[in-house]
Design a protein around this ligand. Sequence first.
Ligand SMILES: [Zn+2]
Ligand SMILES: [Zn+2]
Length: 434
Amino acid sequence: MSAPAKGDLRDDERELLLVIAAGNVQEASRLLGCKEVRVNCLDEYGMTPLMHAAYKGKADMCKLLLQHGADVNCNEHEHGYTALMFAGLSGKTEITWMMLDAGAETDVVNSVGRTAAQMAAFVGQHDCVTVINNFFSRARLDYYTKAQGLEREPKLAPKLAGPLHKIIMSTNLNPVKMVLLVQENPMLAEPDALEKCSHVMELICEKCVKQQDMNEVLAMKMHYISCVLQKCAVFMKDRQDKLDGLIKSLLKGRDGDGFPVFQEKFIRECIRKFPYCDATLLQQLVRSIAPVEIGSDPTAISVLTQAITGQVGFVDAEFCTACGEKGAEKRCSICKMVIYCDPACQKMHWFTHKKLCKRLQEQRERHEMESAKHAERPVTVDATQTAMATESVEETTTALKDLSVELPRSSAKSSSDASSDTLICPTTSTTNTD
Ligand SMILES: [Zn+2]
Ligand SMILES: [Zn+2]
């Protein structure tokens, strides 16, 4: 089949573009089944059906087109836009990821010299920027699962590639989350496996720095992952409580304000150990972090996250206090000042949060009282009564003594919706004994 010419569309190809705009996947599938319909046909602007689907934010349609052999790197658009650029403009992370997974080049520029990531950033689609900047194809990792040159065995056991790739693709750089990802895979949670993975990460880091179009962002990310894996290996070898011990160390808050000092120092140390001293990114990071006293803003994790993922601040989304995952919305039912993904994250954090919870509650109540005085209306106190099974009785009783929590003795008429977004602290389910 000869290369399609711009605007040279058959009737059913025109229909395909209309069907894509309307989002009718079934009809698109039927049309793509006709052998005269070219999946990479071009409209008068040089847009392919895939570009149309990506721009319109239609994920199912993109998937269908890719299955039918759509060329993800077609570059005939009059302003040099690619399907990845359209995906980024649409703001759909799922589609952006799909394009990357299908082999979209990230360093192609449009007619004014902008890459897909830069275009997405320009229109404020930061989630798409994050996806693009952090993409590292499985194929690039799989290279290390094959013996190269004179090697007798590959640097990475093939069975480790999957779990390692999952860590690489995570946009949550919180070390607690990474340790949890390690922990969930028994093959990876072995000192020897961890050291091998750590070494491969450093090799990729080096490659990112030395390749022609140096990618400092990815290099820093690989180095950082390498450091976390190395730390996991050390705890696996030296500590009886192994990775649980590492998680506890990372979460433990200092007396006074609960700030996780070990975590902060660990992340700073990772950055400092980046082996390429003249990298611009390293210098930026050090300049932002070095003058900050431990416990003040910005934290090392926020600076690192912004540098690597492009996520600006931690403003418009809620992040889990324990694992840093985005979109957490369950509040501690006592203080209502910290949020978690789920009871598991809350439980993991409770050993250190319990020292602070009561004080935070008092702070909040004082604050509410003051603003209520201002507004001259009574404060409404949420009745927290969702019963959530407590997993460890001893922990509960000890925590209870520490806290001497008293729940508001609400008249049980408060409706159910109030408590749906709160998490009962591991203490509270057995608190209301008189
Ligand atoms: Zn969490
Ligand atoms: Zn609390």
